[in-house]
Design a protein around this ligand. Sequence first.
Ligand code: FMN
Length: 364
Amino acid sequence: MNSQHNLFTPVQLGPLTLSNRIVMAPMTRLRAIDNIPNALMATYYAQRASAGLIVTECTAVSPLSLGYINCPGIYRTEQIEGWRLITDAVHEQGGRIFLQLWHSGRIAHPFLLGGELPVAPSAIAGVGSLHTPNGKVSLEVPRALETPEIAGIVEQFGQGAENALAAGFDGVELHGAFGYLIDQFLQDGSNQRTDEYGGSSENRSRFVLEVVEAVTNVWGGNRVGIKLSPSNTFYGMSDTNPPATFGYVINALNRFDLAYLHLMEPNEIDLANREVMHPLTPYYRQIYKGTLITNGGYNRQTADAILSENHADLVSFGKLFLANPDLPKRLQLNAQLNTPDQTTFYSSDAVGYTDYPFLELQVS
Ligand SMILES: Cc1cc2nc3c(=O)[nH]c(=O)nc-3n(C[C@H](O)[C@H](O)[C@H](O)COP(=O)(O)O)c2cc1C
């Protein structure tokens, strides 16, 4: 690592040599009808294969982790086959793709779970609402997991990792961010357990570290990443001492020699909600010894700056990649960028999904 890096310097990520340091951030797009990945999604991801690495939208490891209508899963044969269409399409374009493994925990609703209550570390409701087949509903109080049940959820992540291998991915990223199950275990506002999974930072980190163990047993450490968002307040997340909580778990992750740690900076909502650490990447850079991807609100200038200051090794782009299938080329040429259209982020078809123009088409 030295100060000469910019977005276009190749980088080693575990065994993979990436052609640039531009990562497509994971983004839920809700186009997986009946939770099965499809050909439209293959077109969308293949269009974005010039990223050094694509991380897919979050993908449920079991039926009880389905937080949204038409989000994909990785626990059924049809889903593995659907993802295979996507990994093949991305690889044909020379791209690299990791699957984001996810359990939504309390961010779900009986209407999405065949009538079952969502599960969580503690019976504490998230703050917010969800779209369900029966309309928009507020988050309800989840059922606290019994201690012996937790091993079963860890196993679901392990099975998801095996299924991702069968689907042809280059690796997997654990979704430990944004108020979902892993984050719910980590932060004490959502975890008030009195068993070995609650209380101290060490106990609250136990679940995620067991999941990391299960998934690295399948892939090896160097093809596994994890995304964390220590300053996230979304869905009512809170912690009495985030630097202690996240400092502990990030230090504990060092021993796995992971492909990367993916850190999300706070967004406008987090900054408006309460006092949070911002920026957080330089702080956790001192604790994490491996490859670091930073995320959140970057543009060409700020991304090059954080790389040249050596606070991170790669930068991931969400909304800009959604709207610009050829984002690396546009960043390299300092070309104009398409504007993301929020009204189609979570719609159901090709509009606002695979029809954002490429640069060539605009100038010809
Ligand atoms: C439409 C949309 C869907 C998202 N879905 C996910 C997701 O499935 N998993 C995840 O970790 N983050 C998700 N995010 C967050 C992004 O990965 C990223 O952290 C965020 O957009 C900030 O990066 P940006 O400022 O470059 O957009 C989503 C963001 C957007 C805009």
